[in-house]
Design a protein around this ligand. Structure first.
Ligand SMILES: [Zn+2]
Length: 264
């Protein structure tokens, strides 16, 4: 079986001194692609470097996270957009625009709200320009994001760690969007319910590392090596063989990210 971590943050400080060991463990656990999402200018740079150093395994998603919009200056936004435009066509390293989206909890005031929307739209425009799929953060905002997406010509959409509302799932599937779920699939009833409702052809796996988890993962540093357990849990929920689930998710990942080296 081969596995993919479609969304984590390798540029996070928590990983800094441990990257080599984590990559080694990921390889031993049969991970074949790790997509490292960015949150700001610095993490875009770092992810490009990590993708360079680990060609054929680590891939970069470039973008600005809605949480990082609050203190973003116009100059930094422009610099980030330029960096993305400069490197976005390097398909061996850059496979998506992400992590982008809206999060009302981090934009309680009018001005921040407008800025979050402005940056999200800039990111969608750049994704359209570069013909790259997008990795979307949609906490408390999926309903607002859905109609926005359809006004752009996007190569693909991944709702990472989608949590609600489940009523949107049929619409997402109809548009051919993907949904990725991670370690909570093992221990959270809510996530299990989502995995149950999303067709296997629209599912991807992620860790969102280094975000920490509960259940069997409590107290452990989140790494891509968690993915085989996520696939096992998905297989139980879907009443499928683990191999079948792993193969289909690999296929979905190849379709979504168009990773050349991952051709089946
Ligand atoms: Zn994330």
């Amino acid at each position: 079986m081969k596995f993919v971590d479609a969304h984590l943050h390798f540029s996070d400080r928590e990983y800094s001194s441990k990257i080599a060991q984590i990559i080694q463990e990921a390889k031993q656990s049969n991970l074949v692609a790790l997509v490292s999402s960015s949150i700001d200018y610095e993490s875009c740079q770092r992810n490009l470097m990590l993708a360079e150093e680990n060609r054929g395994l680590v891939y970069a998603a470039l973008g600005i996270h809605p949480w990082n919009v609050t203190n973003l200056t116009e100059k930094k936004l422009e610099q980030t957009l330029n960096l993305i435009l400069q490197h976005g066509a390097e398909c061996e390293r850059v496979v998506a625009i992400g992590e982008i989206g809206l999060d009302p909890q981090y934009a309680k005031h009018g001005e921040t709200k407008d800025k979050q929307m402005q940056v999200f739209k800039e990111m969608l425009t750049v994704a359209e320009k570069l013909s790259l799929p997008v990795i979307v953060h949609s906490r408390w905002s999926a309903q607002k994001i859905m109609p926005l997406l359809t006004s752009y010509r996007l190569e693909g959409v991944l709702f990472h760690w989608f949590s609600s509302p489940v009523e949107l799932i049929p619409q997402m599937v109809e548009h051919g969007y993907y949904i990725s779920e991670g370690p909570p699939t093992v221990f959270s009833d809510r996530t299990k319910e989502i995995v149950k409702q999303v067709p296997i052809t629209n599912l991807l796996t992620e860790t969102d590392g280094p975000v920490p988890y509960y259940g069997p993962f409590e107290g452990k540093l989140t790494t891509p090596a968690f993915i085989p357990l996520v696939v096992k849990a998905m297989a139980e929920i879907k009443n499928m063989k683990e191999e079948e689930v792993a193969d289909q998710i690999l296929k979905n990942s190849v379709n979504f990210f168009r990773i050349e080296g991952l051709k089946l």
